[in-house]
Design a protein around this ligand. Structure first.
Ligand SMILES: OC[C@H]1O[C@H](O[C@H]2O[C@H](CO)[C@@H](O)[C@H](O)[C@H]2O)[C@H](O)[C@@H](O)[C@@H]1O
Length: 661
């Protein structure tokens, strides 16, 4: 019998997946009911499900109609990261509810960098829960669980547990428990272990016909040892009250999202982006991953495949800007505590990214046994960018702490800037004073050698600026005379060497005549006014030279030391929206923003890039960068519209206001 889309199911569009998580890890669920990507219990654990990166070899966990041609449609339950996939035919309808139970979404209290995340506060395990229920008529359902430990590199043994309790799968290093709840009540239920000759990993296949009102529950948890995983299947998981945990999880997500203060246009988009970003926070330490996946290609079939399951200082601080727009501050509090505990001896030694527990060693490896999403290889784990020099990170870290202070978080949480945090800020500012004239690899982490990137220099200016403001406003000890002199020197240097008068634009790096979309950030960080003629013409040149036919923005067209090409970068397109809005070009901004929204997946989620040729999503997914930028752009549009409305209300008042600006 052929079922479950076994034929012709290779790779689904990247943005067709739903994502669920518990702020320890996240998994991707396809519209045909399959978890095709899953690293448990943590974001950076070796994947046990990786069909996304190798359709043949990779493991997956699929629950779907046995008849393979019934399409599924997905939606999130309101205000949550609980996902439902619905399959309907003339004969019946089933609903698959997927979630990862959470206890609390409060980002506090901080625990420790090496916190044990195998168990939750109450001692139970983190798990992935899937409930399939027939809501109408009847339908035959098949569950297939193929665990492929260690990114499908390690073999494993699969054992069914008697009395239809579930299965136990162990590679010797990773131990997976599958509990099946309710099977003994369903006479048609069968289960077997199937291993095709050419397959490295066996599949647990269960089949059942569900009638209206009947349901089955599957829970997957990880044991630290073989013995503990066995205990999970036989004792813990069957006795947990997952209905109560579902209700609690739903409540926790909804309670968190109602804390958003955002009131403006595109509220549903903003809400989904916020929920996606929260999924990328790592509760035990306060770290934030750039995305929960690795190696989804930036160039279909190409080599631009990277592991994003780490904490970039840049991406994480950008995430906090977005949370700030929404009025969330606990995540910033948790992150600043993660920052304080990072290991570094001095500014030189501060890495641009760390593991979620502050790990420094993120050595990049290629997994040659995986063919990659749509044959995009190599698949990589770890990320060599960790060893790069990227001068912008100092500005981003300082700006993040600056924002935290401006939000009144030190007072709110009974903390103080003086002490370890100010000493960190001083170390970083002093480092920038001594090194800002050095070349680096830039925000885009190019692999083609060091250059004097304009955005990096601007962020050095930001580092000084935020340090000076803190020292002045809080009367903190600092070498202010030197800091102010260097800040002014950097600004003059950028305006002299980073702006090409012939081109009429800020350039990618000193001495070249190419553009870089990161310069769209210059007014957003306060380096230059949005309506400064140099910024206006930079925006115009960017539109002329860096956009595709939809108006979406490429990062750059310059050489970056890597083979292949890439799509337009969603974050850069949102930055263009911001600039247009801040310049008062609101119709253009709104129309570009809305055009970009049509490229989200059906669940409102974005990856990193959009392929301009065939309009598909490219890159890791869901990507924090994109959702951060979406929130900021919605907010910038809101502010621009308010400004415009105010200016149009009463010509006299408008004239007075304009004079005051
Ligand atoms: O394009 C080459 C680089 O691509 C990745 O970096 C990108 O993602 C990072 C995480 O979101 C982001 O901080 C950076 O600005 C982006 O360019 C990859 O991680 C790098 O290793 C790679 O060199």
């Amino acid at each position: 019998m052929v079922g479950m889309n076994e034929l012709n199911r290779t790779y689904l569009p990247i943005n067709s997946y739903g994502v669920i998580g518990d702020c320890h890890s996240a998994v991707l669920v396809s519209p045909d009911g399959s978890v095709d990507w899953g690293c448990l219990p943590d974001f950076d654990s070796p994947a046990i499900f990786c069909r996304l990166l190798d359709a043949e070899r990779g493991g997956y966990f699929q629950i779907a109609p046995t008849e393979g041609n019934i399409p599924g449609s997905q939606r999130y339950l309101r205000g949550s990261n609980v996902l439902q996939t619905r399959f309907a035919s003339i004969a019946g309808e089933i609903v698959l509810t997927d979630f990862m139970p959470v206890e609390t979404l409060s980002a506090w209290p901080y625990k420790a960098m090496n916190n044990n995340t195998w168990t939750r506060e109450d001692g139970s395990c983190h798990c992935l829960v899937r409930i399939v229920e027939c809501v109408h008529g009847e339908m035959s359902v098949t569950m297939r669980l193929k665990v492929s430990p260690n990114y499908a590199a390690d073999p494993c043994a699969v054992e069914l547990i008697p009395e239809h309790l579930g299965a136990f799968i162990s590679s010797g290093k990773q131990h997976v428990a599958l509990a099946i709840v309710g099977a003994h009540l369903l006479p048609s239920y069968t289960v077997q272990v199937v291993q095709e000759n050419n397959e490295a990993h066996a599949t647990v296949v269960a089949q059942v016909t569900l009638r209206e009102g009947e349901r089955l529950l599957f829970a997957v948890g990880m044991g630290r040892t073989a013995q503990s995983a066995r205990r999970l299947v036989e004792e813990e998981l069957p006795t947990r009250n997952f209905d109560a945990e579902l209700a609690h999880t739903l409540h926790a997500w909804r309670k968190w999202i109602v804390g958003s203060s955002y009131q403006g246009p595109y509220a549903e988009w903003v809400e989904r982006s916020a929920l996606a970003l929260k999924l990328m926070t790592y509760a035990p330490t306060g770290a934030i991953v750039a995305a929960p996946t690795t190696s989804l290609p930036e160039d279909m079939g190409g080599v631009r495949n990277w592991d994003y399951r780490f904490t970039w200082l840049r991406d994480a601080t950008f995430t906090l800007y977005a949370f700030n727009v929404l009025g969330f501050t606990e995540e910033a509090r948790a992150f600043t505590h993660w920052l304080r505990r990072l290991s570094y001896a001095n500014g030189e030694d501060l890495q641009i990214m760390y593991g979620i527990r502050g790990e420094r060693d993120l050595t990049e490896f290629e997994l040659h046994h995986l063919s990659g999403y749509c044959n995009s290889s190599p698949v990589r784990i770890g990320n060599g960018a960790a060893e790069q020099k990227q001068m912008d990170v100092f500005g981003e870290v300082l700006d993040c702490i600056h924002l935290y202070r401006r939000q009144g978080c030190f007072e709110r949480y009974g903390e103080t800037l003086e002490g370890p945090l100010w000493s960190m800020m001083r170390t970083l500012v002093d480092h920038v004073c001594a090194h800002w004239q050095e070349p680096d690899s830039g925000i885009w982490e190019v692999r083609g050698g060091l250059r004097h990137f304009v955005y990096s220099k601007v962020m050095c200016w930001v580092a000084l600026d935020r340090g000076i403001r803190a020292a002045e406003q809080m009367h903190l000890e600092a070498d202010l005379v030197r800091w102010i002199a260097v800040r002014d020197q950097i600004r003059a240097d950028i305006l002299m060497n980073g702006y090409d008068t012939n081109l009429g634009a800020f350039t990618q790096s000193y001495g070249d005549a190419t553009l870089d979309a990161s310069n769209l950030l210059l007014p957003l960080v306060g380096f230059i006014a949005p309506d400064d003629p140099r910024m206006r013409s930079t925006v115009d040149r960017t539109i002329e030279q860096l956009t595709d036919e939809h108006g979406f923005v490429y990062r750059y067209h310059a050489e970056d030391g890597l083979d292949g090409s890439e799509g337009t970068f969603a974050i850069c397109t949102f930055w263009l929206v911001d600039n247009l809005a801040m310049q008062g070009r609101i119709d253009e901004a709104r129309s570009l923003f809305e055009r970009l929204l049509t490229y989200a997946g059906r669940l409102g989620l974005f990856s990193e890039e959009i392929d301009s040729v065939n309009s598909t999503a490219l890159g890791n997914y869901p990507q924090a960068f994109t959702h951060i930028a979406l929130i900021n752009s919605a907010n910038n549009l809101r502010k621009a519209e308010i400004r415009m409305a105010e200016q149009h209300t009463d010509p006299l008042i408008a004239a007075i206001r304009l004079q005051q600006q």
